[in-house]
Design a protein around this ligand. Structure first.
Ligand code: BGC
Length: 765
């Protein structure tokens, strides 16, 4: 744990006292978003200390030219980056001519609160400037869920010890940069700066990708809640526009500036209507008013919590953590737009390019599927269906043919934009996650029509890839898959990674099973798909041969599948023997030392066992867990959740709880010393899985909803909600009781600890 300053609270993330060394970490932790845009919690007023500025608009990216030392054929030419977008939050403040700047002031009181229940960010402080003037400031900011192109700030300054002149300089600034730009280039071109009465817009477009965005601001000022009709001075620069308001304030006068901000962009509007739509929105929200807009925000967040809240009694830190995870997932992705996805850092930083990884399919889909309408998970699946053509092109670039599809490791628009050979070319297991997500969706929703409409085509492309990627080993008399990287990125270019081979086999068999099923249930769709894909019976027979004869490395001595060929040649030295100073090994050891060691970055064999748990006995799960957990360093945020769920399954509740804490407070306590770069959004879905699938034991194999709830000894009780086929169910577990509630009233059959029950309203065990 590297940070320990977040005040435990059930519904809020709170920071008390100003510490300049926490600013960049807090900018990540207190980030806000509404699915369409998001912002790091940068201060509105000038801050001359260390800060990482970030505002992001969903779906808007820039293809930054790839930078690598040794170019390898097959690398993509660019890396799509999520873009730092024009800033509309800025309000520079001067008091008697001096900048209000927390870095140069004496701060006697500082509190920041992210209210997760209601979806707003507040900051209050008392600061004495160098000129001796003491002011109290309160700012409350939110990004509206109801009007998702709009955000609002209410910023109040109260002089505490003198009559002063206050100058507010609200601005919009399109002269921004990405810190992670490969060649220090600018990614935006400003097209026009448009001042209007008390509102202004800057239209800019991204270079190369041509996304057009109108960034807007609208200003209102009042003194002690009475609106002021002030004249203002307008300062127009090539990429920035600032309005300067001067107000004189007596001691204890509260001068408030309300600033509405907006992004209206060309993915959703015609380019020539960007400004008119922004004007329309500002008229609308000004009529509604800041206070009412905030009320809407509270109502809309209340609705989200109705189907997604998890309540933990007896452990405030655990409670705060799980709500933080659920809150951030909802801030990142609202699910109504199949062009969008969930970047591992969401709208909280630049690293990972804000792009889509296998994280979505392997970790996030269950969360959105269980807490929202099923259309949300379907949109996520359709995102990949819509990229099938690009996945086929991507495979072609690497020499595959005949419609084989390789989904990218990292993408914004379906094209691969990752460029480290051991990941781009070798981490092909990601292809399996695409199919696993469909399987998961079907198990939960029983929406088989999805397969006939979309899913089967993806399954065919992926099966073709595995068929071509495997080769027959005469020596082994089996099919092998050579030169891969499994989920454990601390091993590269290995042969026969168990997880990859297992998924390859499973994907082929699953595709064939679904081909047969679609042929029977939807013969017309079957014909359409088979004709489009030019699929023949003999090709399917050839796929099946690969699946039937797939090779898996196994150790009789340890009774476990091995992560790869030759794994037992390594020194098996457990993680507890590693000196503390050596951790995390990816920051302390040379890469070659990591590669030669037995240490596993993240669940790999165990990832497969987690995903296909029904194919393994409890003893088999335990032997694999006992072999791999002691050598796993969990240096990927995606790892502890899988280990936690399996630990709960094999009755190691202490271990399950230890892993839960690690995943749930990863960012709040900054376990990996990197929270300043942004939050780990996708692993937050893993935290949710830890409670629902781990402690709650929820499974949905073959459309059978089952639970086997357990409770960590540290908690008094917990409860979670799921939305199952349009029915909201609540599961409650304490040390003495297990209860199930049906909140919508449509009877549901559930299995509890192996026994079937009809849940109409309430069940108590
Ligand atoms: C993990 C990958 C993951 C990526 C983005 C990496 O550290 O090893 O599995 O896809 O982070 O979350």
């Amino acid at each position: 744990m590297n940070l320990n300053y977040i005040v435990p609270n059930e519904w809020s993330i709170i920071e008390e006292g100003f510490n300049a060394s926490h600013v960049t970490a807090s900018e990540s932790i207190f980030s806000i978003g509404n699915g369409a845009m998001g912002q790091r919690a940068n201060f509105e007023e000038k801050y001359s200390g260390k800060t990482f500025q970030g505002s992001y608009i969903a779906g808007i990216y820039y293809p930054d030219k790839t930078r690598v030392g040794w170019w390898k054929n097959g690398y993509p030419e660019y890396f799509a980056k999520v873009l730092n977008a024009p800033n509309w939050i800025g309000i520079d403040v001067k008091i008697n001519g001096e900048d209000l700047d927390l870095k140069t002031s004496q701060v006697s009181y500082f509190k920041r609160e992210l209210n997760m229940k209601e979806g707003w960010l507040q900051r209050s402080f008392i600061a004495k400037l160098q000129n001796g003037i003491e002011v109290k400031v309160n700012s409350l900011r939110f990004l509206s869920l109801r009007y998702n192109e709009i955000g609002a700030i209410k910023y109040t300054v109260t002089p505490l010890n003198a009559e002063v002149d206050i100058e507010f300089n609200p601005y919009i600034d399109a002269g921004i940069k990405n810190e992670d730009a490969n060649y220090d280039e600018l990614f935006w071109e400003v097209l026009s700066v448009n001042p209007e009465v008390r509102q202004a817009f800057i239209v800019s477009k991204t270079l190369k990708t041509n996304f057009h965005v109108a960034t807007g601001m609208k200003i209102q000022i009042d003194k002690n809640t009475v609106p002021l009709d002030l004249a203002y001075f307008q300062n127009e620069e090539p990429k920035k526009i600032t309005y300067q308001y001067k107000v004189s304030a007596k001691q204890n006068d509260a001068i408030t500036i309300v600033k509405f901000g907006s992004y209206v962009q060309s993915m959703n509007h015609e380019i020539d209507k960007l400004i008119s739509h922004s004007q329309y929105l500002f008229d609308e929200v000004s009529n509604i008013g800041y206070n009412q807009l905030l009320e809407y925000q509270k109502e809309d967040w209340a609705k989200i919590w109705e189907t997604s809240d998890i309540v933990i009694e007896g452990d405030v830190k655990a409670q705060q953590a799980i709500r933080f995870n659920i809150f951030q997932l909802n801030q990142t992705y609202s699910g109504d737009d199949a062009r969008l996805n969930i970047g591992p850092k969401g709208f909280t930083g630049e690293k990972y390019g804000g792009s889509t990884y296998w994280d979505t399919e392997a970790y996030c889909i269950p969360f959105y599927m269980s807490t929202k309408d099923k259309s949300v998970a379907k949109n996520l699946l359709k995102y990949r269906y819509n990229h099938l053509g690009k996945a086929i092109e991507n495979a072609e670039k690497l020499g595959f043919k005949n419609g084989a599809a390789l989904y990218p490791m990292v993408t914004m628009n379906g094209e691969e934009c990752h460029n480290e050979w051991e990941i781009t070319f070798e981490e092909i297991h990601r292809n399996g996650a695409m199919i696993y997500a469909i399987y998961n969706y079907l198990n939960y929703t029983n929406d088989f029509k999805y397969v006939a409409d979309y899913g089967l085509e993806v399954m065919i492309g992926v099966a073709r890839f595995w068929h071509q990627r495997a080769n027959f080993s005469v020596e082994k008399n089996k099919y092998v898959i050579l030169g891969v990287t499994g989920p454990n990125e601390y091993e590269n270019n290995i042969n026969n990674n168990f997880y990859t081979n297992y998924l390859a086999k499973w994907c082929i068999k699953y595709a064939v099973k679904n081909l047969k099923k679609v042929q029977k249930k939807y013969p017309e769709d079957y014909k359409r798909i088979v004709d489009k894909a030019c699929l023949t019976d003999s090709e399917v027979v050839a796929w099946m041969q690969v699946a039937e004869l797939m090779y898996f490395p196994y150790s009789q001595k340890h009774n476990v599948y091995l992560q790869q060929d030759g794994f037992l040649d390594k020194d098996y030295i457990t993680v507890d023997k590693l000196p503390k100073e050596d951790r995390p090994i990816n920051q302390k050891w040379s890469w070659d030392r990591i590669l030669r060691s037995c240490y596993i970055k993240q669940a790999d064999v165990l990832q497969g066992i987690y995903m296909f748990e029904n194919k393994f006995t409890t003893d088999e799960i335990a032997s694999h867990f006992n072999f791999y957990e002691p050598i796993t360093v969990h240096e990927s945020s995606l790892s502890p959740c899988v280990h936690s769920i399996l630990a709960a399954k094999i009755d190691k509740m202490d271990k399950a709880y230890e892993m839960y804490l690690r995943t749930s407070r990863l960012d709040l306590d900054d376990y990996n010393n990197e929270v300043h770069e942004g939050l780990h959004i996708t692993s937050m879905a893993g935290t949710w899985l830890t409670i629902v699938q781990g402690f709650g034991g929820m499974r949905t194999f073959k459309n059978k909803l089952s639970f086997s709830p357990q409770i960590p000894k540290e908690w008094i009780s917990y409860s979670f909600k799921i939305n199952y086929n349009e029915t909201v169910l609540k599961v409650y577990k304490s040390h003495s009781e297990t209860k199930f509630y049906n909140e919508t009233g449509k009877a549901v059959t559930i299995e509890i600890n192996g026994k079937s029950h009809e849940l109409v309203t309430e069940l108590s065990l």
